[in-house]
Ligand binder design. Sequence first.
Ligand SMILES: Cc1cc2nc3c(=O)[nH]c(=O)nc-3n(C[C@H](O)[C@H](O)[C@H](O)COP(=O)(O)OP(=O)(O)OC[C@H]3O[C@@H](n4cnc5c(N)ncnc54)[C@H](O)[C@@H]3O)c2cc1C
Length: 478
Amino acid sequence: MGRAFVYVILGGGVAAGYAALEFTRRGVFHGELCIISDEPVPPYERPALSKGYLLPEAPARLPSFHTCVGASEERLTQKWYKEHGIELVLGTHIKSADVKRKTLLTAAGETISYKILIIATGARSLKLEEFGVTGSNAENVCYLRDLADADRLVNVMQSCAGGNAVVIGGGYVGMECAASLVINKINVTMVFPEAHCMARLFTPKIASYYEDYFNSKGVKFIKGTIMSYFDMDSNGKVTAVNLRDGSWLPVDMVVVGIGIRPNTSLFEGQLTLERGGIKVNGLMQTSNSSVYAIGDVAAFPVKLFGETRRLEHVDSARKSARHVVAAIMEPNKTDDFDYLPFFYSRVFTLCWQFYGDNAGEVVHFGDYSGSTIGAYWISKGHLVGSFLEGGSKEDFEAIAKATRLKLAIDDLTELERQGLGFALAVSKNPVRSPPGNVSAPSLILERPLYAWHATAGVIVAASVAAFGYWYGRRRRRW
Ligand SMILES: Cc1cc2nc3c(=O)[nH]c(=O)nc-3n(C[C@H](O)[C@H](O)[C@H](O)COP(=O)(O)OP(=O)(O)OC[C@H]3O[C@@H](n4cnc5c(N)ncnc54)[C@H](O)[C@@H]3O)c2cc1C
């Protein structure tokens, strides 16, 4: 025996929260929707965990950052779910799924059945052990994926004031944690195998801008090497990090941010996988028509690039969540997901945003000894990606818009000379879409650079730009 629902969302993270809000907006009936999460709290804005949650003074704490405050929408507390007749099954791990029978089995042995399942299981942190290193369980070694990790990190940090930390990994979790540790007056050394930080996104020039800034705050970088083993004391606490190059670093604590792995295991052998995630179509529907997937776990077609991608960013989780609910509740009125990839980070007082794809040739712009820097990526003659640090609302809107338009670029030197001015000029000369034309970027593709303003028939993704503004300028803590 067990419970049965029309809609079940498996996973209680960012995507689940945004999907719940969208379900209520589209008229879900009381008792139809259930969210199952192995976390003990309703969905929250996960990015807060490496930012406001780690502040030494007035840190962000729940319930202040439940979804959907990150998009300036309602804050969905436990009471909200109750009032809207949504069943929250918290602290409950699903240990198996049967998509043919349409059932999920909880760790406690309950069967929960559904008509439609939305997989929103996100991802888990990769562990050192997966790279042949032991010691993850030591009491002063921290990861950061969920609230329990964040509480542990806060406790360890508080016990190490004035001490030494090693951050292993140079991605955004490593960078944001390093900044938070410094703000908490802990001496930080970052260790990673790549030649520079944020290697998957940053160019060497962009990375060096941030590394210089981090250096100025006291962060040291050891690049091009990895840790090989920990020294432990008799209590099982890590006392030193030994590196493959033979050096060692005495530590009071370690933070590990070496990447994530999508939580697909329940569905392996049952659903088609791609790019490490669950493959979906433009309606977020998997290879089983009753099962959808959203957020970090979903590999979806990015129309703009004509490719399937799996993104690990909060904006994609929010928007794919809204889209899947539209697709489920109003299938005849819902087009394929048309998403411009967007990612941001905030460290110290810095804030950057990235739109699109970091493929092809790079054109840097701005004053790399100042506070506003940027880059464009040009692939096959078109602008496909834009990066900006330190911009204004209009600046972030402009790079989003220019990237969405996929403008043709034939003169990289001139683009470099114009820099941010190029995107601003694009956005100040909006060209409108003729009625019914939704694939207008193609109209502009073959035009030479700077001829764009004379081109009619371009639809502009204003909502993307608005999001860019929100992220860039509001000094929120999540
Ligand atoms: C510390 C941190 C900082 C971040 N900062 C940024 C940022 O600055 N900018 C940005 O763009 N993105 C950021 N992200 C990424 C962003 O938070 C994720 O992209 C987003 O949370 C993905 O949402 P999701 O709903 O797909 O997955 P999640 O939010 O991870 O939610 C998945 C949920 O499913 C649950 N679950 C999984 N398996 C099971 C199971 N078998 N049974 C029950 N429950 C299960 C999990 O416990 C979790 O609650 C950050 C992530 C982290 C961890």
